[in-house]
Write a protein that binds this ligand. Structure first.
Ligand code: F6R
Length: 607
């Protein structure tokens, strides 16, 4: 979603701001803009469209002078994507400029009040109200003014503010929307996402709710809303620049698919010690664990699909009932949650608004929350009771792949760790599963080496109108992910069905040539899924079957993709690889904008 970047130093700010915005493109946006203080006034350049359009408008940032500036990529919420609705927004006289991520929920009321006082608004956005309020309340001290304005705002915000009168300062504030301050040599930065400043520095301050940063060329002060000085730790970001670059690959998505063996190894290896799973991050002992009568999993999109896999695994291995909820639904259904329910929250970004709010609801009702998060220091990571980080590195493509795989890896670790504590697993099985877990990255590599087979199948189906994914048990959970992956980046309509459910209605959609991707990895259910495959074939379906290499006979019922045989628990990590590659190759053949599919954003920070 929206992205913020800001610069104050001795170089021209324009080129850096544009590079930073380009880095933030992956978050999803529809317009972009920058504002610089040229020493006498604030100059805004903004346009609907891509950062490339803004580059043309500003001659790559060179025709807009100034050594202090703020920039923004906007994902429209209030007001259509347009030049005028793009950020930065100026106050009426042009004295103050604001970039904003988040939503001001009471903006209409604030706007009505200001309009009644004769203030003229230019845009349809909620953000403009902040710039206008700053000017309305300004009496000579910008910090006092901003504190007063914050009292009026309801909702979420990360703000970058500059003023015409002070070319030596950027003010940054956050509430419920991420914002970091980058620390340089005689120059400093702000950004909504570390990737925007990684080329300059890895030293950052991470702003927390209601903290205000006053950023000058030679120093940074952070205060609270009572103007008390805060002394925060400098954090060093571990990600390096190359992790956020394409490194010779055509698309980030493909690069990230190929990085999965390494990402999964990084997530698993540090947590395996002397043949045992060690999850020091979880602060629950066996007695506390035994108290839980239910596990409640909250997530959105692909992370939710990891939750569906987890339900099968946890219930089988821990014998505790598991409920998986779409975070956006959970909050509003008066859920039955209390201190006897363990909540597991899954989120790559750690900033997904629905997931974050659902988590808070669970906490409010007394549930202990363990989060599985990729972005270090993100809101969900910080606010959960325990956090288990996935070590996937920065994920830039909108469609998740390596984050999904590392989330699955954490689920396996948790299942083994809890099963051991609860005594629901026998030592031999535990040992065998640890061995399989250790060899998981190698097996994923083996499937990636076979990618041309999937590319070939994609070339046969890329013109399809509809594609169905079917499976049973964990294979059904995988079908959900395969279908989402395909539709979000290729724009081909696709649906996932529990294979046994087809005959209750959906099978009427199968006609001659309809592609059906059948997942048949689950040993106990091979016979059942084969019957379901026969049912669709009889109605004309063109079947691709994904199966373990121990079942070569399945090549007789469809075009087969074989994965190495593994224990049931780990099969999702293997079966998902062909699904990701299939979606990728289909979209590539269709010429889609794979890393930035239409209408989607990487980090969904609005409900
Ligand atoms: C799909 C995808 C999304 C995310 C979802 C949750 O490829 O990436 O469905 O999984 O928006 O995002 P996080 O994990 O950041 O909470």
């Amino acid at each position: 979603m929206c992205g913020i970047v800001g610069y104050i130093g001795y170089e021209q700010a324009g080129p850096f701001l544009l590079d930073g915005l380009q880095t933030l493109e992956y978050r999803g946006y529809d317009s972009a803009g920058i504002c610089l203080n040229d020493g006498s006034e604030l100059i805004v350049k903004k346009a609907k469209g891509k950062v490339g359009d803004l580059r043309k408008l500003t001659d790559d940032g060179k025709n807009t002078k100034g050594t202090v500036g703020i920039g923004h990529t906007r994902w429209a919420t209030h007001g259509e994507p347009s030049d005028v609705n793009a950020h930065p927004h100026l106050s009426e006289s042009g004295r103050f400029a604001v970039v904003h991520n988040g939503i001001i929920e009471n903006y209409q009321q604030l706007k009505d009040n200001l309009t009644a006082k004769g203030i003229v608004f230019r845009s349809m956005t909620d953000t403009e109200v902040i710039a206008q309020l700053i000017e309305y309340y300004y009496k000579g001290d910008l910090i006092d003014t901003i504190i007063k304005v914050l009292e009026k705002l309801e909702g979420s915000y990360a703000l970058g503010v500059i003023s015409q009168d002070d070319p030596d300062e950027i003010i940054a504030v956050r509430k419920e929307s991420p914002l970091i301050i980058g620390i340089g040599e005689n120059e400093n930065y702000i950004a909504s996402d570390v990737t925007a400043i990684l080329s300059k520095t890895r030293k950052i301050y991470r702003l927390e709710n209601n903290e205000i940063a006053i950023i000058r060329r030679d120093g940074i002060r952070i205060i609270d809303t009572d103007k008390d000085e805060l002394h925060k730790e400098i954090e060093t970001v571990e990600w390096d620049v190359s992790a956020a670059e394409k490194g010779g690959y055509e698309h980030f998505m493909f690069k990230e698919i190929m990085e999965q063996p390494e990402a999964v190894a990084k997530t698993i290896s540090p947590r395996l010690k002397n043949g045992r799973v060690v999850l020091d991050e979880i602060h629950l002992n066996a007695e506390q664990l035994r108290k839980f009568t239910k596990i409640n999993i909250l997530a959105c999109g692909s992370a939710y699909h990891v939750g569906v896999v987890a339900k099968y695994i946890f219930e089988k291995m821990l014998r505790i009932p598991v409920e998986v909820d779409l975070a956006s639904e959970f909050r509003y259904r008066d859920p039955i949650i209390n201190d006897r329910v363990l909540t597991v929250v899954i989120s790559q970004s750690g900033e997904t608004a629905d997931t974050k709010e659902a988590m808070k609801e669970a906490q409010r009702r007394g549930s202990h929350v363990i989060s599985i998060v990729n972005v270090v220091g993100s809101a969900i990571a910080v606010e959960s009771d325990d956090v288990i980080y996935t070590w996937a590195g920065p994920e830039i493509a909108v469609a998740t792949t390596k984050a999904y795989s590392t989330q699955l890896a954490v689920i396996y670790l948790m299942a083994l760790y809890f099963a051991d504590m609860l005594g629901t697993i026998v030592p031999d099985e535990y040992k065998a599963l640890i061995g399989e877990l250790e060899s998981l990255p190698e097996r994923i590599t083996k499937i990636l080496e076979n990618k041309e087979r999937i590319q070939y199948l994609a070339s046969k189906f890329f013109n399809s109108r509809d594609v169905f994914f079917i499976g049973r048990n964990i294979d059904y959970a995988l079908s959900l992910e395969g279908s989402l992956k395909l539709k979000e980046i290729s724009y081909i309509h696709s649906e996932a069905y529990a294979a046994g459910e087809l005959k209750h209605g959906t099978i009427s959609l199968i006609e001659k040539g309809t592609p059906v991707i059948a997942l048949a990895t689950h040993e106990e259910l091979i016979g059942k899924i084969v019957s379901n495959i026969e049912e669709v074939k009889t109605r004309g379906a063109d079947v691709i079957v994904i199966a373990c290499d121990t079942h070569p006979e399945l090549a007789n019922i469809g075009q087969a993709i074989f994965i190495p045989k593994s224990c049931d628990m780990l099969l999702p990590s293997l079966a998902v690889i062909p699904l990701q590659l299939f979606a990728y190759y289909v979209s590539s053949l269709k010429g889609c904008d794979i890393d930035k599919p239409r209408n989607l954003a990487k980090s969904v920070t609005v409900e």
